[in-house]
Structures are given as structure tokens and as C-alpha cells.
Design a protein around this ligand. Structure first.
Ligand code: MN
Length: 204
């Protein structure tokens, strides 16, 4: 099985003015594509790994031979994270979550505003490149962050945290630099305008 770059679920300019079209084009067509290509390259010739779905692959990095574990971690994580991320954004989205997810966020963080502040802080505090996540860890909602292309599904020993991702935001500079330059906090604030809460609720 060869991994494939999923198409963006909306046109590249659909998230304007919050996320600009050129950023989306480079981010998806070049960065994400490179993760997919390099993942395929890393596992080429290993039939067992080639047969594994992406989820299973990144959840069990210990079973990946050591000589390709690094590339599979970085590029498998990159492929998973970006495939997840595109769906969590949408045009005419934003606002607040509803239903069970809204209740769970309130129960865990006090209020939606408190949740937003904590989530933004996790993104800002990530030194260098990585992600901030809202995860369900055994039914309990938590905010965590990972370095590089690590993912909570990789588990505590690898990623430093664990849980099922419900929401995730890319804080690599390539996600925001063209429009926001060094102002990651401004990007994170603007990002709320494009969050697809229906998709996050589905993940929950
Ligand atoms: Mn990215």
C-alpha cells in the first residue's frame, strides 16, 4: 500500500483572510506532499509496514526497524497530523462547539474562553516546531503539545503525552509565517475563526 496525499477539502483560498491562499498551497502541495513521499520512501520494500494503515503505523513505532524509525516517525506523523488538520478547518466556520463536546470542554476547563486561553498558551509555549492538541485521554479532556511531527497517538514514551486527538493546530512557522511572520500568538487567535467544530465533535 502506498500512502497518498489527500486533497484539501476546500479551495486553497477558502480560509482567507485568516489563513492565506499561498500559505495553504505551499503547506499542502509541498510540505504535506513531502511527508507522504518520504514516508513511502522510508517503508518501501518492507511488505509488513507497507500493508499497515497510517494509524496503526504511528501507534506502534516500536515495531518499526530502528534504521527507518526516525523517518517513519517524522513523515508518518507529518502525514497523519496534516490529514487531520485540513479537516479541522473550514470556510465560514469558527464560533463555539455545541453538544457533548461543548459540555466536556466546560467540565474540563471551566469555560470555553478558559479552554481557548489554555490551548493558545500551549501553542505559544512549544519551542521551535510542533503542535498543540486537545485530546481525550481515557475520556478525560486534556491540552497537550508535541514537538516536530509527533502525535499523542504515538504514546507517552515517544511523544511525551498520550490520548486521542480531537483538535490540533500546527505551530510550525510554515503554517503562518507568510502572513503572521513571527507573531504566532496572532495566528493562533485568528485560527479560531476557521475551526470546524463539527469535525472536532465527530472526533470526540
Ligand atoms: Mn505543517
Amino acid at each position: 500500500m502506498s500512502h497518498e496525499l489527500p486533497p484539501l477539502p476546500y479551495p486553497k483560498e477558502a480560509l482567507e483572510p485568516h489563513i492565506d491562499a499561498l500559505t495553504m498551497e505551499i503547506h499542502h502541495d509541498r510540505h504535506h506532499k513531502a511527508y507522504v513521499d518520504n514516508l513511502n520512501k522510508a517503508i518501501a520494500g518492507n511488505a509488513a509496514l507497507e500493508a499497515k494503515p497510517l494509524d496503526a503505523l504511528i501507534k506502534d513505532l516500536a515495531s518499526v526497524p530502528e534504521n527507518i524509525r526516525g523517518p517513519v516517525r517524522n513523515n508518518g506523523g507529518g502525514h497523519w497530523n496534516h490529514s487531520f488538520f485540513w479537516k479541522l478547518m473550514a470556510p465560514k466556520a469558527g464560533g463555539t462547539p455545541t453538544g457533548k463536546l461543548a459540555d466536556a470542554i466546560k467540565a474540563a476547563f471551566g469555560s470555553f474562553a478558559d479552554f481557548q486561553a489554555k490551548f493558545e498558551a500551549a501553542g505559544i509555549a512549544r519551542f521551535g516546531s510542533g503542535w498543540a492538541w486537545l485530546v481525550s485521554n481515557g475520556g478525560k479532556l486534556e491540552i497537550v503539545s508535541t514537538a516536530n511531527q509527533d502525535n499523542p497517538l504515538m504514546g507517552k514514551a515517544v511523544a511525551g503525552c498520550e490520548g486521542k486527538p480531537l483538535l490540533g493546530v500546527d505551530v510550525w512557522e510554515h503554517a503562518y509565517y507568510l502572513k503572521y511572520q513571527n507573531k504566532r500568538a496572532d495566528y493562533l487567535k485568528a485560527w479560531w475563526n476557521v475551526v470546524n467544530w463539527a469535525e472536532a465533535a465527530k472526533n470526540f
